[in-house]
Design a protein around this ligand. Structure first.
Ligand SMILES: NC(=O)c1ccc[n+]([C@@H]2O[C@H](COP(=O)([O-])OP(=O)(O)OC[C@H]3O[C@@H](n4cnc5c(N)ncnc54)[C@H](O)[C@@H]3O)[C@@H](O)[C@H]2O)c1
Ligand SMILES: [Zn+2]
Ligand SMILES: [Zn+2]
Length: 370
């Protein structure tokens, strides 16, 4: 057991605190990772606001890279000294999804068995709930060994760590879930870290047009820099009509985009995605709604009549062992600009301020660097 500094959300809505936590030595199937970088994802804010569940206190942070410090007695997949990206899909190999050959839908992913706990103060010994089973706004964290995906050690930790959640979720929403390819059109509603990553994924796949939609002009500029061919400010114009118009310019007769990715997580933007999609097109919901949100009222005949598919995308339907090394390679070849997602490197004490800046429009990702 060792003590380290970490960012904890103790109660619903309360500002996060930098505190001392206990990290157990790794047991069977576990690894302790010295965290080098961890991005601030909107999902961390959802946790702090009680939008995921009520298992406070949370140990936040979940898009991270670092160096394996120690592994449990039976662990052979990674070794001390390995540079890894942490993932929240350590597949079990045994559930029904894994059994039918679709481990990207694994229902029983692995996390560490032992618990990290608060150290000192009136909550001493209280078990922590690590965000997405990771908890990496911490100098060190305990995870399941399968949550460590070894990648090329040359890569910049702050950039490739983002593949651990938001950037992978966005790229995968476009490519894996949406099945976007060249010769197809895509619109992305919401251009934060996740949405802009969907734009980057669509550009990698050769899609055109790639239409970025946001209510913030600065976000649209960032999306354009990373591969959007068109931008739509939905605070000023009706995004559904605009997406239809742009797609029909490229593909006469098109009634929307082949794929529309919703990367906000709200009923009204999902409804926009539904109607901005071409006949037989695909909606991909990658934004995370809160439990109180309801499906918007849509005539069932529109669901039937327009055909196609309405999908959700957990983690971009990725397989970390397959997708992380591949995307790190593309980054190192200069074909995927992960550096563009790192707006600022911050200290471990600056997470609360980064949450505030999330609403400001200037930041794609703040990344805690240790
Ligand atoms: N499915 C997954 O596996 C997964 C993984 C990571 C994050 N997420 C979720 O994806 C969503 C986006 O995350 P992020 O980190 O990019 O957040 P973010 O806060 O960086 O970005 C959200 C963007 O949406 C824009 N926006 C807000 N309201 C809008 C509206 N009405 N119309 C158009 N744009 C609007 C904002 O201006 C901002 O640019 C969150 O809900 C997050 O929880 C999902
Ligand atoms: Zn499984
Ligand atoms: Zn995330």
């Amino acid at each position: 057991m060792q003590q380290v500094q970490a960012v904890v959300a103790k109660a619903k809505g309360a500002p996060v605190e930098l505190v001392t936590i206990n990290v157990p030595d790794p047991g069977p199937g576990e690894a302790v990772v010295k965290v080098q970088a961890c991005g601030v994802c909107h999902t961390d804010l959802h946790y702090r606001e009680g939008g995921i569940n009520d298992d406070f206190p949370f140990l936040l942070g979940h898009e991270a890279s670092g160096i394996v410090e120690a592994v449990g007695p039976d662990v052979t997949s990674v070794a001390p000294g390995d540079f890894v990206i942490l993932n929240w899909r350590a597949v079990c190999g045994e559930c029904r999804a894994c059994g039918r050959g679709e481990p990207q839908y694994c229902f029983n992913t692995h996390n560490a068995t032992q618990k990290m706990t608060l150290s000192g103060g009136d909550m001493d010994g209280t078990e922590l709930s690590p965000a997405l089973g990771i908890g990496a706004f911490a100098e060190k964290t305990l995870v399941a060994a399968g949550q460590c995906t070894k990648v090329d050690a040359d890569a910049r930790p702050a950039a490739v760590g983002l593949l651990g959640c938001g950037v992978m979720a966005g790229i995968g929403a476009a490519i894996n879930t949406g099945g976007i390819t060249r010769g197809r059109s895509i619109a992305v509603i919401g251009c934060g870290g996740v949405g802009v990553a969907a734009v980057a994924g669509a550009a990698l796949a050769g899609a055109s047009p790639i239409i970025a939609v946001d209510i913030d002009a600065k976000k649209l500029e960032q999306a354009k820099a990373i591969g959007a061919t068109h931008t739509v400010d939905s605070s000023k114009v009706d995004p559904v009509e605009e997406i239809k118009r742009i797609c029909a310019e490229t593909y006469p007769g098109a009634e929307g985009a082949d794929v529309v990715v919703e990367a906000v997580g709200r009923p009204e933007t999902w409804k926009q995605a539904f109607y901005a999609r071409d006949l037989a097109g695909t909606v991909v919901l990658v934004g995370v709604p809160t439990p109180d949100m309801k499906l918007p009222e849509i005539p069932l005949i529109d669901v039937f009549g327009r055909g196609g598919s309405l999908k959700s995308s957990w983690y971009g339907d990725c397989l970390p062992s397959r997708d992380f090394p591949m995307l790190v390679d593309l980054y190192r070849q200069g074909r995927l600009d992960l550096d563009a997602f790192v707006t600022e490197e911050i200290g471990i004490g600056d997470v609360e301020a980064a949450f505030d800046r999330m609403h400001g429009g200037d930041v794609l990702r703040s990344v805690v660097v240790l």
